[in-house]
Design a protein around this ligand. Structure first.
Ligand SMILES: Nc1ncnc2c1ncn2[C@@H]1O[C@H](COP(=O)(O)OP(=O)(O)OP(=O)(O)O)[C@@H](O)[C@H]1O
Length: 240
C-alpha cells in the first residue's frame, strides 16, 4: 500500500505541490488530474523520492520511500519525465542495461516485456530512431521490467496514437487485474482513463483540492471529466 501524507514540495518562487494526501491499495488506480503547471509531475517526483520534499512523505507498506530507497524502489516502476538517456542503444539493449539493476531478470523476461509493450519487432532499432510513441512504449517497458507492485506514470500516453493508447491501457488494465499492481497516473486524457481508474485526485495551482472514488463520482456526475471540470471551475471561482 502507498500512503502519501501531507506531501509538500515548494520550489524557490513558491510553485510546486502542497499538502497531498493519498492512499493507493493493491489493485487500485489513482489518477492525478489538474491543469498544466498544477503540480502533478512534482508530486510524482516527490513520491518517488527523486526530489526532496519540503514537508510530509510517501510510504510504501509503512516504509519511507525517500529514507529507505533500497527497500522500497525494487517494488516501484517509474515513468516520470525525461525519455531514455541512452538514445544510441537498441531497444532490447536498453532493457538489458536496466535488467542489471534488479535480481533475476533473464532474457526471457526482457523478451516478454518487449512483447507486453508491443516493441518486440522494433527491438533491434536504436532508440534515437524511434517515434515518440515508440519511445513511450520502451519507457513503459523499462518501468515494468522488474514486475513492480506500484507503478508511477506521468502522462504515459502522450504522443501515442489512438491505437497505441488503447493497446497500452488494455495491457495495464490486465496487469492490474492479474497481479494486483497499483498505479498512480497523471494524464490530461481523462476520458481515456476514466473507465479504468478507481480514484481521482484533483490538483489545482499546487494544492490538493479534492478526492473521490469513481463510484462516488458517478453518483453526481456523468463522467470523471465532468467531475474534474466542476472542481477546477470551483477553484477558479466560476460557476460549476
Ligand atoms: N525545478 C523547478 N524549479 C522551480 N519551479 C518549478 C520546477 N519544476 C516545476 N516548477 C514549477 O512548479 C509548478 C508545477 O509544475 P509541474 O511540472 O509539477 O506541473 P504539472 O501539473 O505536471 O504540469 P503539466 O500538466 O504541464 O505537465 C509549475 O508552476 C512549474 O513551473
Amino acid at each position: 500500500m502507498l500512503e502519501v501524507i501531507d506531501l509538500t514540495k515548494v520550489y524557490p518562487g513558491g510553485r510546486g505541490i502542497q499538502g497531498l494526501n493519498l492512499t493507493v491499495r493493491s489493485g487500485e488506480v489513482a489518477a492525478l488530474l489538474g491543469p498544466n503547471g498544477a503540480g502533478k509531475t512534482t508530486a510524482l517526483q516527490a513520491m518517488a523520492g527523486w526530489i526532496t520534499a519540503s514537508r510530509g512523505e510517501a510510504r510504501w507498506n509503512g516504509v519511507s520511500i525517500a529514507d529507505r530507497p533500497e527497500l522500497t524502489r525494487p517494488h516501484m516502476g517509474m515513468m516520470i519525465g525525461e525519455p531514455s538517456p541512452y538514445p544510441y542503444l537498441k531497444g532490447c539493449d536498453y532493457l538489458r542495461v536496466y535488467s542489471k539493476l534488479y535480481p533475476g531478470i533473464d532474457e526471457a523476461r526482457i523478451q516478454q516485456t518487449l512483447e507486453l509493450v508491443g516493441m518486440s519487432k522494433h527491438q533491434q532499432l536504436k532508440i534515437r530512431k524511434y517515434s515518440t510513441g515508440m519511445k513511450q512504449r520502451i519507457e513503459l517497458g523499462r518501468a515494468l521490467l522488474h514486475q513492480p507492485k506500484l507503478l508511477l506514470l506521468d502522462e504515459p500516453f502522450s504522443g501515442m496514437d489512438i491505437e497505441g493508447r488503447r493497446e497500452m491501457t488494455a495491457m495495464l488494465r490486465s496487469l492490474v487485474a492479474e497481479t494486483g499492481m497499483s498505479i498512480i497516473i497523471s494524464s490530461h486524457q481523462v476520458h481515456e482513463i476514466e473507465d479504468w481508474i478507481t480514484h481521482a485526485y484533483i490538483i489545482y495551482e499546487g494544492k490538493h483540492v479534492d478526492t473521490a472514488s469513481t463510484p462516488q463520482i458517478r453518483e453526481s456526475f456523468a463522467s470523471v471529466e465532468e467531475y474534474y471540470l466542476n472542481c477546477t471551475a470551483k477553484e477558479r471561482g466560476g460557476a460549476a
